[in-house]
Design a protein around this ligand. Structure first.
Ligand SMILES: [Zn+2]
Length: 246
């Protein structure tokens, strides 16, 4: 059993390394996704602002048309002023001219204000276009780097997968089943050292009888609290020393 446990520790080291590589791949991928969604957001903001700009421009066109009409109207009234015959009529037309002139002034102010809004919006659109351009370049560069890194990680994982397969072949099926079962149920290690009558993984006490069994190394012993397969820490130290000497 002690040899089986040593093999299992090796397998676990490989599996943990694989887990870590998988996590790093996911991190890289999620950073890329984040950048892309930021870019998408900026692009849709830009699209919205362009639409706004078009709306304001068409409003200004409308106001300018109104202004033309008002000016024609004013001209007509001013001509009419020469044709009136009574003082009352004259007053009425003069009153109309006053109202139209006020409308013209107001509309001119509106046109001017819309012009300012258009200028501001155009500047902001330009800023966004620049920012998007820069961001696109940054993302393309980052993507290139990420792809290289991902390929590197894939290669590392492939090598580890081969080592994992070899290691699994050496472990007995019963031990392997147990190991796989624990790994499928928890994120923590599936095999953990026991020291001073404690599981080093969850620090729960191990009953003396069980601890003696573990030291003897005749059978598979698991922690009743965290379910990890237990090995006696000194066995691992001896094993590592042998490995170092070999
Ligand atoms: Zn435990």
């Amino acid at each position: 059993m002690k040899e089986q446990l040593a093999l299992l520790r090796e397998l676990q080291n490989i599996d943990l390394e694989l887990d870590e590589l998988e996590e790093r791949k996911e991190e890289i991928q999620s950073r890329l996704d984040e950048n892309k969604s930021f870019l998408t957001k900026l692009e849709s903001d830009l699209e919205e602002q362009r639409d706004e700009l078009e709306e304001v421009k068409s409003l200004r066109r409308e106001k300018r048309r109104e202004l033309d009409e008002l000016e024609q109207e004013l001209e007509r009234r001013q001509e009419k002023l020469h044709e009136v015959e009574t003082a009352n009529e004259y007053d009425a037309v003069e009153k109309e001219i006053e109202v139209i002139s006020e409308d013209i002034e107001e509309t001119e102010e509106e046109v001017e204000h819309l012009g300012e809004v258009i200028e501001d919006t155009e500047n902001s659109v330009e800023d966004k276009e620049d920012k998007i351009l820069q961001l696109r370049e940054g993302i393309a560069k980052e993507e290139e780097e990420a792809e290289a890194k991902l390929a590197e990680l894939d290669e590392e994982m492939q090598q580890l997968n081969e080592r994992q397969e070899e290691a699994r072949e050496e472990v007995s099926e019963r031990v392997l089943r147990r190991y796989d079962f624990i790994r499928s149920r928890s994120d923590g290690p599936a095999i953990a050292p026991a020291k001073d009558e404690h599981c080093e993984q969850c620090f729960m006490a191990i009953p003396p009888q069980k601890y003696i069994e573990l030291q003897r190394g005749d059978d598979l012993v698991t922690c009743s609290s965290c379910q990890a397969i237990l090995y006696y820490y000194e066995d691992a130290e001896d094993y590592e020393e042998d490995e170092a000497e070999a």
